[in-house]
Unconditional design. Structure first.
Length: 378
């Protein structure tokens, strides 16, 4: 008699496919919406990437794949891996489907690069964490802003003490999403969209440039005139880092004017000086911004740090890092365990918006899960 083995135990023996250093990495793209199709252009020109299949249940996506990629297409990952082999899965499904697609990829022993947000609920985050922990596959979350030259310069400048002791961070973000997405896109139906999908990037950047984690958050969402989303698309978040530094984030992505770059306008307030990171709008190309970093000492002329941002499409260094890391057996960053620290803050802000109170993000030891404070594994 054959005894069934619990899935939890089966996952303990999942092994990842080894990728030869000099071979192109074979990708299956899971999700062929607007963003997934845009990602195909990045993969097609990368010398170490090869698209071997696409996955999407819609007939329209199948037709697009056949017309534009001429690779095998499948309705789901199970069907795909019944017929083809691959090294990795790129997850570009709508956010609510990230968890099931990523978990399925890991169950098949495939490395995975997943678009943010990694998960849309604390429960999905925990499911993903538990599955990945039981496998030796490499999973990376596509947080591309940390790969910008600007982010490295900001981090190094803070570490150097050039502006003194960091006291506070202020971030303003203004964009108009209907300019780039049609109204039928799932993002317009996503509750807490600006926190889940945009603040996610900026929160990761705060962690990256300060090397600090969040300890508590207070947040609220509000309606704005002309909001194109089903739910409020504007939010204000006040976060405290573990070293006591406050970070204020003010975002609105249904705002036609004035606009910031997608990175936002940042101000680092130090004991000696302020450091500003902003995008100078291109005079010819609409909605394109060129990052600049300026140091302002009291009574002195502003000092512009000389550099030219080399990263135009943030997905390119993300893909570079993923392929190189996996090919050499290293964990690409941010990992699932690293990105859950961003999601703690995101879900904490959502809880604060809903419940109307401050949310502590310090992990609790209580056995019951009652809020974002104790839902995550240590």
């Amino acid at each position: 008699m054959v005894t069934s083995v619990p899935r939890e135990l089966v996952l303990l023996f999942v092994s990842a496919h080894c990728v030869a250093v000099n071979d192109p990495m074979r990708f299956v793209i899971a999700g062929l919406g607007w963003w997934g199709r845009s990602w195909t252009d990045v993969l097609k020109i990368h010398p170490k990437a090869q698209i071997v299949a696409t996955v999407d249940p819609s007939a329209e996506a199948q037709n697009w794949s056949q017309d534009n990629l001429a690779v095998a297409h499948f309705p789901d990952l199970d069907a795909a891996f019944d017929e083809i082999d691959a090294d990795a899965v790129l997850v570009t499904t709508p956010p609510r489907l990230h968890a099931p697609a990523l978990i399925k990829a890991v169950e098949h022993g495939k490395h995975a690069l997943v678009e943010k947000p990694l998960a849309t609920s604390p429960e999905d985050m925990t499911r993903i964490f538990n599955v990945v922990q039981k496998s030796d596959v490499k999973v990376m979350v596509g947080q591309g802003y940390r790969f910008m030259d600007s982010a490295t310069i900001l981090r190094q400048t803070l570490q150097s003490g050039k502006i003194g002791e960091l006291k506070a961070i202020r971030i303003i973000f203004r964009q108009y999403v209907p300019d780039i997405l049609e109204q039928v896109h799932p993002l317009f139906q996503l509750q807490h969209s600006i926190l889940m999908d945009m603040a996610n990037h900026h929160f990761d950047l705060i962690r990256f440039v300060t090397a600090q984690e969040f300890s508590k958050v207070t947040a609220f969402e509000y309606q704005t005139p002309g909001n194109a989303f089903r739910y409020p698309s504007s939010a204000v978040c006040l976060m405290t880092l573990q070293n006591g530094v406050s970070a204020l984030w003010d975002g609105d992505w249904s705002c036609q004017r004035p606009r910031t770059s997608w990175e936002g306008d940042w101000e680092f307030v130090g004991s000696k000086a302020r450091m500003l990171w902003r995008g100078e709008e291109d005079k010819k190309i609409r909605n394109r911004f060129h990052p600049e970093i300026i140091i302002e000492h009291p009574g002195e002329a502003p000092e512009k740090i000389p550099f030219v941002e080399s990263v135009m499409d943030r997905r390119v260094p993300v893909l570079d890092h993923f392929i190189e890391s996996v090919s050499h057996g290293r964990q690409p960053e941010p990992s699932v365990s690293d990105n859950q620290k961003v999601l703690r803050a995101v879900f904490g802000c959502i809880e604060s918006c809903t419940a109307g109170h401050e949310v502590l993000l310090i992990l609790q030891t209580a056995s019951s899960v009652s809020s974002v404070r104790d839902v995550f594994p240590a």
